[in-house]
Design a protein around this ligand. Structure first.
Ligand code: BTN
Length: 361
């Protein structure tokens, strides 16, 4: 636990609240690339200065910035520079390292040390015309938002708080499918990297043993028949120790650290998510939602569950029969009537450890 605190503290100390926006390759990016490629060898300052076409003073300035971002770089007047440790922060450069997507993570990434809400920022950018694939990511959120007007607790430097801008040509009624699709994408990314017993709870919470690990908030701007944009926001508890959650969340929330005992690389997890997200989004655009729902059903614990669902304040009790190819939940009520539900909040009947109250109202 001590190592965890030590690991992240330099980043908080030095990174300001300024936004770091990365699209093109900067001199600092190139410098980092050389340092990574030559690891564990030293590179002379003169060689870097000639190769990058900038002064020795400029090299020094970029090295200082990289150190502020959490990279450990040793310097020597005789030998030059050597990279000792890569930053633990989910910086755009680290997310893009080996990323195989074409769109997500390749368009602008807006990285913040602190922000009110990545979804709010993404909506603001989308209003200004930001393209599909634009990403907002933050180390901490002061007003992270959850579903149903709740708050999302964002442990600083320990979680993934990110939002993606989408511009699909779909009718607004098809937008809930993106929510289900996102849950499948993040579940696949987690399962490909870690041995976890995860379950999707309709429509898109991800739980481990009834405790909430991931929340997804999808927001849409549309007219009757046209979607202007969709913002998909993802909150994933990665390296948060139990004691760092507020007391009211300690028994209903979990993190990857709590489940595995290991500190996980957030950049690697985001990369995995972006790759899975793009794969499923392409399938979705090719009208292959049937297979996405099929995978969702395998990953969820929904079918056959007795539940109470809250639809705009009205409670319905019944058994989940199925999830249809549009992502709607089919609930058979006690009297036999089948309801089709497209949005609402599920309370599991049998579970003591219910994660519905994960978000603080
Ligand atoms: C929920 O389970 O209620 C959804 C929580 C979604 C939280 C994420 S964190 C990143 C993004 N920005 C926000 O303000 N909310 C989402």
């Amino acid at each position: 636990m001590q190592a965890y605190v030590h690991l992240f503290s330099p980043i908080f100390k030095y990174l300001g609240s300024k936004e770091r926006r990365v699209s093109g390759v900067t001199t600092k990016d190139q410098l980092l690339r050389y340092l990574k490629e030559n690891r564990p060898e030293w590179i002379s300052g003169q060689w870097l200065s000639t190769e990058l076409g900038v002064s020795r003073a400029a090299i020094n300035k970029h090295v200082k910035r990289l150190r502020e971002e959490g990279y450990i770089i040793r310097s020597s007047s005789k030998k030059g520079y050597v990279l000792i440790h890569v930053s633990e922060a989910p910086l755009p450069n680290e997310i893009r390292e080996g990323l195989t997507t074409r769109v997500f993570g390749q368009a602008d990434i807006h990285y913040f040390q602190e922000i009110d809400s990545t979804n709010t920022k993404a909506k603001e950018l989308a209003e200004k015309g930001a393209i599909e694939g634009t990403m907002v990511i933050a180390e901490s959120q002061t007003r992270g938002r959850g579903r149903m007007g709740r708050q999302w607790y964002s442990s600083p430097g320990a979680g993934i708080y990110t939002s993606l801008i989408l511009r699909p040509t779909i009718p607004p009624l098809a937008a809930p499918k993106i929510t289900l699709m996102t849950a499948v994408a993040i579940a696949e990314a987690l399962l490909s990297q870690l041995d976890l017993d995860i379950r999707i709870k309709w429509p898109n919470d991800i739980l481990i043993q009834g405790k909430k690990l991931v929340g997804i908030l999808t927001e849409i701007s549309s007219e009757m028949n046209v979607v202007h944009y969709i913002v998909v926001g993802l909150g994933l508890n990665v390296n948060t120790p139990r004691r760092d959650f507020p007391p009211e969340l300690q028994n209903i929330a979990t993190s990857l650290f709590m489940e595995t005992g290991n500190v996980c690389s957030r950049a690697r997890l985001i990369r995995g998510f972006l790759e899975q997200f793009e794969k499923y989004y392409n399938r979705f655009k090719q009208d292959d939602f049937h297979h996405i729902v099929a995978r969702w059903k395998q990953l969820s614990n929904a079918i056959g569950q007795r539940i109470v669902v809250d639809i705009r304040g009205e409670k319905h009790t019944g058994t989940i029969m199925d999830v249809d190819d549009e992502g709607g939940l089919l609930l058979q009520e006690e009297q036999g009537k089948v309801l089709r539900i497209v949005s609402g909040e599920i309370e599991f009947y049998d579970s003591q450890r219910d994660a519905n109250d994960y978000c603080v109202r």
